[in-house]
Ligand binder design. Structure first.
Ligand code: PLP
Length: 381
């Protein structure tokens, strides 16, 4: 077995119960995250509310700092939020659409990327969807053609959730900036499994979180906002955590915090923060380059085995533009997911195709077991 995989498999006991090839929906639960959540509960029982000031706010600060390191940002540029949707809604409430009513998204983005702007139709916001003719990627020319003086924001994705395509963020950010627009990126399918450098990418806003490749479970999402941009954004989807002096408890005075906390409306879900911090610490310990190399090897292995069995994955041709998501068109995707589940193999489906996502803790033998079961299913009359 690959040494990295062999070293880390025992950390994830769920891997002994089934073949798990679905990290792009939900990363595996680590023993480290379990221990962290137990620590949270012990502190709750032992210290009650005094755990807040003494320890819990420290855990939140550590989680922000760890996420910042993973994307090459600074901790004060990172806000903690409960979901990508909330993060997008907070940004949606911070923009002025009077001179620039347009928001550019792509049809490959996760639907929640478009919704906060579709929901603002009565404020005059217009959403422009860029097509993906091959169902895998959106050509840069489409961004170039769509972005203009009426564009307030380009909101798109780092790794597409139904193709694994890695977008060229710097090229997109430059097109947005050349037209005076901002560039927001949903990196939920990217951080952890591929290198992210928000400064090199020149993006304004970047969202990631624990759920998938950071191994942290649901409930902790992090949003980077470029330092210089923070004071220019005044969210109206807000609350007491966003204020400069939240512990003054003065309902009459409202002033946004100077750092990215201004995007945090209220009390964070602490159990989720403990789990996410532990998950991120594993990613940090292994190192993203090693994770990426192992995941790329597993993806190449899976694709070769699928093709050998006569199945035809739909994916980017260039492995450097392809992250750990492999789509396989099949006759009945939900039926195939259920049949595989009965064989203790967990994958997912999206319209028209199975979605398979190996991560560093998977093995080539698991790839083969999936391909054997799937090809038997597809051969059935
Ligand atoms: C790319 C991407 N963005 C966002 C989401 C979900 O967003 P939220 O945290 O609002 O549920 C998903 C899936 O869970 C996703 O794959």
């Amino acid at each position: 077995m690959d040494p990295l995989t062999a070293r880390w498999r025992p950390e994830f006991p769920g891997l002994d119960r089934h073949i798990y090839l679905n990290t792009c929906s939900l990363g595996q639960l680590s023993q480290r995250s379990v221990a962290a959540m137990h620590r949270f509960m012990d502190l709750w029982a032992d210290l009650g509310a005094s755990a807040w000031y003494e320890i819990w706010l420290g855990e939140v600060a550590e989680a922000r700092a760890r996420f910042a390191r993973l994307i090459h940002a600074q901790p004060h540029e990172v806000a903690l939020l409960p979901s990508v949707s909330v993060a997008l809604s907070v940004i949606g409430s911070s923009l002025d659409y009077s001179q620039r009513p347009q928001v550019v998204v792509t049809e490959m983005d996760f639907p929640t990327v478009a919704y906060p702007w579709l929901a603002r139709a009565r404020e005059g916001v217009q959403v422009r969807f860029l097509p993906a003719p091959d169902g895998v990627h959106v050509p840069l020319e489409a961004f170039q053609e769509a972005i203009g003086p009426e564009t307030a924001l380009v909101a798109t994705t780092h790794v597409f959730f139904t193709s694994g395509w890695i977008q060229d963020l710097r090229a997109i950010a430059r097109l947005a900036h050349a037209a005076g627009a901002l560039c927001l990126v949903d990196g939920y399918q990217a951080v952890g499994q591929i290198q992210v450098d928000v400064k090199a990418a020149e993006v304004d806003i970047y969202i990631g979180g624990g759920l998938k490749w950071l191994l942290g479970g649901p409930g902790a999402v992090f949003m980077y906002v470029r330092e210089e941009l923070i004071p220019q954004l005044e969210p109206t989807t807000t609350g007491w955590f966003a204020t400069q002096e939240m512990f003054r408890f003065d309902p009459r005075s409202f002033q946004w915090a100077q750092d990215a906390r201004r995007f945090e409306p209220g009390t964070p879900a602490l159990a989720a923060v403990f789990a996410a911090n532990a998950g991120m610490s594993i990613v940090e310990q292994i190192g993203v380059p090693a994770i990426r190399a192992r995941t790329q090897a597993l993806v190449a292995d899976l694709v070769a085995r699928l093709r050998e069995a006569g199945l035809q994955p739909r994916m980017p041709e260039d492995p450097e533009r392809h992250a750990g998501i492999v789509m396989v068109p099949v006759a009945d995707p939900p039926g195939a997911v259920q049949a595989l589940r009965r064989g203790q193999i967990i994958v997912d489906h999206r319209p028209g195709a199975l979605r398979i996502s190996p991560y560093f803790y998977n093995t080539e033998a698991e790839n083969q077991a999936l391909v054997d079961t799937l090809s038997a299913l597809e051969r059935r009359p």
